[in-house]
Write a protein that binds this ligand. Structure first.
Ligand code: PMP
Ligand code: GLN
Length: 384
């Protein structure tokens, strides 16, 4: 048995969703919306299931989807991409795994910014590397160039960057992107840029792909996910985009992870990326309304809520809300006794994680938000 997995805990998302189901709690833990997917895309998928192929598609993805990814990014961000630069994966999680396996070797260090998505550190370790954490500090969660520069050693191979950031709920600004880019250029690093939340930006804020910065297209492996763009997290259709040679190497890692991804879902995602530009702004408006509703409800119940203008997550500061429990103890008590599942932020870092913050998913219908806020208020009343 591999001790890495023997000592590992079940993912925080799985754990909190299971507890939510067990206790009949409102589940604002694991991030998935309970509304918002476009019906048209479901119709295309259903049709593709009955009239299209149900056999192995090419490992790198069906050509219409690879072309749709390339043209989508050209249209939205002006990137001159071709289908050869795209490899379709089973969700962003697999793309991250393939990108890490393809770039990291034994002894390499990979810089990650914490709080970080939970698969980063275990996958870096499995590839033989060491994750080097840079802790972003709430409430601003800013990347400081000198701190990043100071984390680079002769062993540093890559930076694993996530923008817009889950769970901070923010888009990094131009200065922060330039900091990442200049450190990567100066030390000849690869950047695995997890941009799955690229379209979920609120309050009119805008997102810039890292690969569009000077000198970055050739060293960036960009990761995207239809799960976020179309609110279809269960489909697990994702992709990575990189310069042709880098893309070839990642595609070889992917071919021995999942080989390929359901062809009918790929066809529907291709349709969505081509035809669905008009769905994006209404999605943002809807999530923004949900965020405002949840923020107001939580503040009225006496919670300190951090600002969030990207993703569908917000963080609550427990200590500033007058709650003495740490995040994990609060999460367990809240799900068992108050009927609300949240995610403790300490699950997103290994070294000195923040223990006073919990994450809530606001990508929910009004009634789910209201039930969640009422349960949070109950939790607050019953806790020290
Ligand atoms: N990266 C980040 C930052 C995420 O938030 C998520 C999902 N919430 C993923 C990767 C995984 O995406 P997928 O479901 O497409 O595997
Ligand atoms: N990425 C999702 C989140 O942040 C969860 C993904 C998962 O459950 N693996 O909530």
């Amino acid at each position: 048995m591999n001790p890495l997995y023997q000592q590992m805990q079940t993912s925080v998302f799985e754990r909190m969703s299971a507890l939510a189901a067990q206790h009949g709690a409102v589940n604002l833990g694991q991030g998935f919306p309970d509304f918002g997917w476009p019906d048209e895309i479901l119709d295309v998928a259903a049709k593709a299931l009955t009239t299209g192929s149900n056999q192995y598609p090419p490992s790198r993805g069906i050509m219409p989807l690879r072309e749709a990814v390339a043209t989508h990014y050209h249209r939205h961000f002006g990137q001159p991409l071709t289908a050869e630069q795209v490899c379709v994966t089973s969700g962003a999680t697999e793309a991250l795994g393939a990108a890490i396996l393809a770039t990291v070797q034994a002894g390499d260090e990979v810089i990650i910014f914490t709080p970080a998505y939970d698969s980063y550190a275990p996958m870096i370790r499995r590839a033989g590397g060491t994750p080097v954490e840079i802790a972003l500090q709430p409430p601003g969660w800013r990347i400081e160039k000198d701190v990043l520069q100071g984390a680079v050693t002769p062993r540093t191979r890559a930076i694993l960057f996530n923008n817009p950031h889950n769970p901070a709920g923010r888009v990094f600004d131009r200065g922060e992107l330039e900091a990442v880019a200049s450190v990567a250029r100066e030390h000849d690093l690869v950047v695995i840029s997890d941009e799955v939340w690229e379209h979920v930006v609120l309050d009119g804020s805008s997102f810039t792909p890292l690969a569009t910065l000077a000198g970055m297209a050739e060293r960036t492996i960009k990761i995207g996910s239809a799960g976020k763009i179309f609110s279809l997290t269960g489909w697990k259709v994702g992709w990575m985009v990189a310069a042709p040679e880098l893309a070839n190497v990642v595609a070889r890692a992917h071919q021995f992870l999942t080989f390929s991804t359901a062809p009918n879902l790929q066809a529907a995602v291709a349709y969505g990326l081509e035809q669905g530009d008009a769905w994006i702004q209404p999605m943002r408006d809807r999530f923004q309304r949900s965020r405002d509703r949840m923020t107001e409800g939580l503040r009225n119940a006496g919670f300190a809520v951090l600002e969030a203008d990207a993703t569908y997550f917000l963080c609550v500061d427990l200590s500033a809300s007058g709650i003495g429990l740490d995040d994990e103890a609060f999460a367990i008590t809240a799900v068992e006794r108050a009927g609300i599942a949240v995610v403790p932020l300490s699950a997103f870092a290994e070294r000195n994680p923040p223990r006073h913050l919990v994450r809530l998913c606001f990508g929910k219908k009004d009634e789910t938000i209201d039930a969640g806020v009422a349960a949070m208020a109950r939790a607050k009343e019953m806790l020290p």
